[in-house]
Design a protein around this ligand. Structure first.
Ligand code: SF4
Ligand code: FES
Length: 253
């Protein structure tokens, strides 16, 4: 077919252009931007367009995904300069008449195309001891009861799916990658304010470190990036306040 004759998409489809920042460590010394034209439906998401590229144009395109429904947290990426989940971003919400730029999240080592090394992110998560710790026996040998109000205290921070959209949008994290980052603090918050947990003070000591909560500059990038709508900056300020007040007053805060 004469390449000068423009191909028309099938009925109902629109051709969009995705410009993807690609990097193959085996052949590239620097990342490079590559254009792809993809026929999409109005209801398609960025993840669908990436699948079409991978399945129909270039099988070497590399990205993470699993659930495709905003639950597993594996497909956070920068879409038009903003951290989002590819599976939760509808193409029709992005102005499909203009090219859509896709690149890996920032601040973590780039491995290939849209895949970064998540280990530094998970190391910070593990460091805040994100699991319930109780050393006293439950009353009368039964389960540990919790009132609805006590459960509500940390409800927002239970919603985290560890996608790293927040931490990798934080300019403090970009500078040297040493800061614990918003996601680790969110997950510490989830247990610090749990009335059944007895190790809040340990987590507060960990986050009182020079790379802990005090490095937050309240830029709100994290809250804007969070696909779960968690009020991250609020959670960080509650942990800051608890660091000063300490646990005996936390439970009634
Ligand atoms: S707090 Fe939100 S943005 Fe950060 S890791 Fe959890 S779900 Fe993702
Ligand atoms: S693929 Fe699981 S959150 Fe997007």
């Amino acid at each position: 077919m004469n390449p000068a004759i423009k191909r028309r998409p099938a009925e109902g489809f629109t051709t969009i252009t995705l410009i993807v920042r690609r990097f193959d460590p085996e052949v590239d010394s620097e990342p490079r931007w590559v254009d792809y034209d993809v026929d999409t439906l109005p209801t398609d998401r960025i993840l669908d367009a990436l699948h079409k590229i991978k399945w129909e144009q270039d099988g070497s395109l590399t990205f993470r995904r699993s659930c495709a429904h905003g639950v597993c947290g594996s497909d956070a990426m920068r879409i038009n300069g903003r951290n989002r989940l590819a599976c939760k971003t509808l193409i029709k919400d992005l102005d499909p008449t203009k090219p859509i730029y896709i690149e890996a999240i920032k601040g973590l080592p780039l491995e290939k195309d849209l895949v970064v090394d998540m280990e530094p992110f998970f190391a910070s998560f593990r460091a805040v001891q994100p699991f319930l710790q109780s050393h006293t026996a439950p009353p009368e040998g039964r389960e540990r009861l919790q009132s609805a109000a006590d459960r509500e205290r940390f409800d927002d921070t239970t919603k985290c799916i560890l996608c790293a959209a927040c931490t990798s949008s934080c300019p403090v994290f970009w500078t040297d990658g040493q800061y614990f980052g918003p996601a680790a603090i969110v997950n510490a918050h989830r247990f610090i304010f749990d009335s059944r947990d007895e190790e809040a003070e340990v987590r507060l000591d960990i986050l009182n470190d020079k790379e802990g909560v005090w490095r937050c500059r309240t830029t709100f990038n994290c809250s804007e990036a969070c696909p779960r709508g968690i009020q991250i900056t609020k959670a960080i300020s509650e942990v800051k306040a608890a660091t000063i007040r300490r646990p005996d007053k936390i439970k009634i805060a």
